[in-house]
Design a protein around this ligand. Sequence first.
Ligand code: NAD
Ligand code: IPM
Ligand code: MN
Length: 370
Amino acid sequence: MASNKNLLMLPGDGIGPEVMHEVKRLIDWMDRRRHVSFNITEDLVGGAAIDARGTPITDATVAAAKSADAVLFGAVGGPQWDNHGFNKRPELAILTLRRELGLFANLRPAIVLDPLVNASTLKPEVVKGLDIMIVREATGGIYFGEPRGIETLQDGQQRGVNTEVYTTHEIERVARVAFELAAKRQNRLCSVEKANVMESGLLWRQVVTALGQREYPNVELSHMYADNCAMQLVRNPRQFDVIVTGNLFGDLLSDLASMLTGSLGMLPSATLGAVDSSGRRHALYEPIHGSAPDIAGKGQANPLAQILSFAMLLRYSFDMDEDAKLIERACTNVLASGLRTADVMAAGCAKVGTHVMGEAVIRELDKQAA
Ligand code: NAD
Ligand code: IPM
Ligand code: MN
């Protein structure tokens, strides 16, 4: 079927292509059963692109990402490329896409699905019903700050340098996304930094406070130091609704939050740019996990984070909330039926691999659509 939905798929390395394969089957299903089709272009990124083309991402791939309606990303990286310099590491692919497409707001929802309430390493009564949204700034902070590098000092020692830096504009635009989300949820926003130690954190707190007073007086705003936030996420995660934080703290806190939901293999994400004058925005969707070299090639990876990232893509880039919900419900029902990949395996459940899990989601979709 002809389609006006242009999707760039970038599976990447390790388990990236394995979990992306299950989304491809889901897209085939949508074509057949929901009569929704996508123009799909696929390309190499990360280690796969280094091996084939000598660079983790080509200018042509960046251009294709800019002209696509949405990008679905798998994961990049692996030990075979770990000794490459920073200008030639696989991870540069995702960092370049975030920077070049201006994808500053990384939405990482941590939701505990009922069937997985026992899968977390935390007690069920602590995580049951959890539904939080971490909004991570993704194009600034210490990831991109200058100066950076490793220099050799006069005495022969070396010194590694990175710079944490945030401007008013960078803080305001990501905070605005978080305030807007909070206003549609439980109306609570917690801003996280280390204003007690870092000037960039102090500015962050001042800017978020001023924006809240000026534009979102009805959203309940609180502030927390990042170290305390890590502790509070484990102590009582349900105290949070939306969290907004910088690039590095957001990276750490979202991996931590994933274990509240049962597994890193469960957490999807959307990374959004600014809305332009025609109402369009660049957007990239990816699981928060990496290429998982320890299980790559074994067919064991949990494909649900990638599948749920595709559901976010439908919701945020194509306004297809109903289809997104259909997919999310199918994932929950499959878990409720007792099928589990190894990462969320529990007593009395049936352990399955990536492919069987993907197939089960499609069978469930068939059932729901019947
Ligand atoms: P990782 O997220 O790849 O894996 C951490 C642990 O979680 C591993 O034990 C892995 O087996 C497990 N895991 C991850 N995803 C899973 C899934 N879907 N199902 C089941 N288990 C899963 O993190 P790492 O080991 O620190 O990094 C490996 C490589 O991935 C590195 O090169 C790193 O830079 C890269 N990385 C890439 C991305 C990305 O592309 N967005 C994100 C994080 C890490
Ligand atoms: C993530 C990853 C990336 C990050 C790496 C691969 C650059 O860990 O998306 O969480 O640190 O942002
Ligand atoms: Mn990460």
